[in-house]
Design a protein around this ligand. Structure first.
Ligand code: DC
Length: 228
């Protein structure tokens, strides 16, 4: 019998602190991390480089099936696509927008399914995304769903980008977030929604430390062996 590898999924829309929390939880537990949003972002970058259009679904799937992706294990570490360093491009707002468009393609989601499941390796996995608890790891040991008001999420993203020296407009950011939420939540395949058995945490009025504390408390309840 194969060994059970514990999985914690952390889903929710962008700007909820999901990525940071997933990284911190993975580090705390000494587990692997899957940043599934990065995979959709990487596909968006790769197809743009090859001048593949969003309606050329077969070409997109072929690209995604053969792309060679490497994530460094460090915090906010480097990402390479077919040997080319693309960490900066991956985090751009324009990449997020393109990623949200390709993420609506059912056949692409199918192609990425197995690649995502391969991240499930001992001693455990923290998986961050939109459909980790509903589709990719439906039998995860713990499913967390983070939310926050769109205004708060836009504010957080605004601060993040300003700190990185990227000039942005808060209103435009709020509109972008709202339209991406709408697309992610209303697409036909794997729409953004909490799994029925997810623990939903509203992070609007919480600091990252408070969210982390609350997620780790859930981890101890669901996986008591991790806190020994
Ligand atoms: O989490 P993120 O901002 O890096 O995600 C980028 C886009 O990819 C987002 O608009 C939704 C999509 N996505 C998805 O559809 N499914 C996932 N598991 C992760 C991300």
């Amino acid at each position: 019998m194969s060994q059970h590898v514990p999985v914690v999924t952390i889903d929710g829309p962008s700007g909820t602190g999901k990525g940071t929390i997933a990284q911190l939880v993975a580090k705390h537990l000494g587990w692997h991390l899957l940043d599934s949003g990065a995979l959709y972002r990487i596909v968006a970058i790769g197809i743009a480089d090859l001048n593949i259009f969003h309606n050329e679904v077969n070409k997109i799937c072929d690209f995604a099936a053969s792309m060679k992706v490497e994530f460094s294990t460090e915090f906010e570490g480097s990402i390479s696509l077919n040997g080319k360093e693309i960490s900066h491009a991956v985090r751009l707002e324009e990449t997020a927008e393109k990623a949200s468009q390709v993420a609506a393609l059912g056949p692409l989601r199918e192609v990425l399914l197995e690649r995502q499941r391969k991240f499930c390796q001992p001693p455990g996995l923290v998986a961050d995304g939109r459909d980790m608890g509903t589709v990719v790891f439906p039998s995860a040991d713990l499913k967390i769903y983070l939310t926050a008001s769109p205004e708060e999420r836009a504010q957080r993203r605004y601060k993040q980008l300003i700190n990185k020296g990227v000039g942005v407009n808060l209103r435009a950011l709020l509109q972008d977030i709202a339209s991406r939420d709408e697309r992610d939540a209303n697409r036909q395949v794997s729409p953004l929604r909490p799994a029925q058995d997810a623990v939903v945490i509203d992070t609007t009025a919480l600091t990252i430390e408070q969210v982390l504390e609350s997620v780790l408390a859930q981890v101890s309840l669901a996986l008591p062996e991790t806190s020994k």
